[in-house]
Design a protein around this ligand. Structure first.
Ligand SMILES: Cc1cc2nc3c(=O)[nH]c(=O)nc-3n(C[C@H](O)[C@H](O)[C@H](O)COP(=O)(O)O)c2cc1C
Length: 377
C-alpha cells in the first residue's frame, strides 16, 4: 500500500500493533505491519534490553515505541519525588480493602504487603521522559505518546532525528491541540479500545477527527483505533478517512503475547459487553475485562480509586499475585483475572500467531475492498 502513513513509518501495510511484548512487535513488523512496543511496564534499563533484543531480531523491519508522559498530574500526587513517598500516601483503608478482596478469592496478602513498587517504572512524567530518551537511542521509525499533548521535547527530538511523533486522542478537540503542537500522526482512539480511552465511539470519532483536521488546515494522517479486530473493519475505517489501523486487543490473543493462559481463556469466552471502563487499575478511566475486582472497586462500598500512579501501585502487584495464584492451582482466583482489553474481545474466538493475524488482516482487507468494488459494478 502507498499512502502517507506507510511512507512515514516505512511499512508496507498500515496495520499498527501496540503491544507490551517484544515478540509480537517483531512478528508484526516482519510480516509487513508495524509493531509498536509499549514502554510503560519497563524501567529505562529494562526498556534498553527490550529494544536491543528487537534490534537484533527484527531484520531491519521498521518498529516504534509508545511512552506515556501524562500531561496532567493529579495535585494529590504532584509533590511526590519518588515511589517511596507515593507508597506512603496510600491509605490503610485502600490496603485493607485490597487484602480483604484478594483474601475472599484465596489470594493471601497482608495489608502491609499490598503496595509494591520495587523495579516498577510506573506512569509518571519522569519515567515517560526517561523511556523516551532510551527509545531515541534506537533505530525507531515512530514514537507515540498518550495521556495528553506530546511534550515539546519529544516533538523537537523527533524532528531532529526524522522520527515521526504520533499522539493518541479520544476527542476531536484533543486532535486539534495535538496538531497545533506539531505531532505528525494522530491516532484517534474510540471508547471501544482496550486501555485508557475516552467516550466517543471509533465509528464517529474517525470522520469527526479527519474532518476537523482538514477544516483547520492540518494535513496530518489519522490512524483509527478502538475495536478493530479484522481487516474488513480496517478497510471500513480507511473508507471513513483513516490511513491505517492502530490495534491493541487483537494481539493479546496471540501465542506470542504476554497474556496468561487464564486470561486468554477468558478472552475467547468473553462477549463484547464483558469489558468496563474503570479507574480501578491505573487511576484514569481504562477499558478492561470486567471481573470481581471491578465490581468491588467500583461499588459504593469500595474506597474509591486512587490517583495515577498510586492506583497502579496497588493494582499491578495484586494482579500479579492473582495470576500466580491461578498458576499454583487456585481456581477461585480466576474470577479476579483481568487485563486491559477492548470491546473487540467479543470477536476473539481463537488464539493465533501474530504473523497469522497480520495475514488474516491483509486477506480480509482485500476481500472487503473487492466486495465493495463489486457492488459498484
Ligand atoms: C493491554 C493494553 C495495554 C495498553 N497500554 C497502552 C499504553 O501503555 N500506551 C498507549 O498509548 N496505549 C495503550 N493501549 C491502547 C492501545 O495503544 C490501542 O490504542 C488500543 O488497544 C486500540 O484499541 P483495541 O484494543 O480495541 O485494539 C493499551 C491497550 C491494551 C489492549
Amino acid at each position: 500500500m502507498n499512502n502517507a502513513v506507510c511512507r512515514m513509518a516505512g511499512c508496507e501495510f498500515p496495520l499498527f500493533a501496540f503491544s507490551h511484548c517484544r515478540d509480537v512487535v517483531v512478528a508484526v513488523s516482519k510480516a509487513g505491519g508495524f509493531g509498536v512496543l509499549g514502554a510503560t511496564r519497563f524501567t529505562p534499563d529494562q526498556l534498553e534490553e527490550e529494544l536491543a533484543w528487537i534490534d537484533a531480531h527484527i531484520d531491519g523491519a521498521p518498529y516504534g515505541v509508545d511512552v506515556l508522559v501524562p500531561e496532567i498530574v493529579d495535585p494529590r500526587v504532584a509533590e511526590f519525588q519518588d515511589n517511596a513517598q507515593r507508597a506512603a500516601a496510600i491509605s490503610e483503608q485502600h490496603r485493607q480493602f485490597t487484602a480483604e478482596l484478594l483474601g475472599q478469592y484465596g489470594v493471601d496478602v497482608s495489608p502491609q504487603d499490598v503496595v509494591r513498587y520495587e523495579g516498577r517504572a510506573g506512569i509518571t512524567p519522569e519515567n515517560g521522559y526517561a523511556q523516551m530518551e532510551v527509545a531515541f537511542r534506537h533505530p525507531i521509525k515512530l514514537i507515540a505518546n498518550a495521556l495528553g499533548i506530546a511534550p515539546p521535547k519529544m516533538i523537537e527530538e523527533g524532528k531532529k532525528r526524522g522520527v515521526p511523533v504520533a499522539a493518541l486522542v479520544g476527542a476531536k478537540e484533543h486532535a486539534l491541540r495535538q496538531a497545533a503542537a506539531g505531532v505528525d500522526i494522530i491516532v484517534a482512539q474510540g471508547t471501544e479500545a482496550g486501555g485508557h480511552c475516552g467516550e466517543v465511539s471509533t465509528l464517529v470519532l474517525i470522520p469527526e477527527v479527519v474532518r476537523a483536521l482538514k477544516g483547520a488546515g492540518h494535513n496530518i494522517p489519522v490512524l483509527a483505533a478502538g475495536g478493530i479486530m479484522t481487516g474488513a473493519q480496517m478497510a471500513g475505517m480507511m473508507a471513513a478517512g483513516a490511513q491505517g489501523a492502530w490495534t491493541g486487543s487483537v494481539w493479546l490473543a496471540t501465542t506470542e503475547s504476554e497474556t496468561s493462559e487464564a486470561f486468554r481463556d477468558k478472552m475467547v469466552a468473553a462477549r463484547s459487553r464483558d469489558t468496563v471502563r474503570s479507574r480501578s487499575r491505573t487511576g484514569k478511566p481504562a477499558r478492561q475485562l470486567k471481573t470481581a475486582w471491578h465490581e468491588a472497586w467500583d461499588s459504593a462500598q469500595g474506597p474509591g480509586p486512587l490517583p495515577m500512579p498510586l492506583m497502579g501501585m496497588v493494582s499491578e502487584p495484586a494482579f500479579q499475585r492473582i495470576e500466580k495464584s491461578v498458576v499454583n492451582g487456585n481456581e477461585a482466583a480466576r474470577d479476579l483475572v483481568s487485563y486491559f482489553v477492548g470491546q473487540g474481545v467479543g470477536l476473539v474466538d481463537q488464539v493465533r500467531s501474530a504473523k497469522g493475524v497480520v495475514q488474516d488482516f491483509r486477506e480480509e482487507f482485500i476481500e472487503a475492498v473487492a466486495e465493495l468494488n463489486g457492488m459498484l459494478g
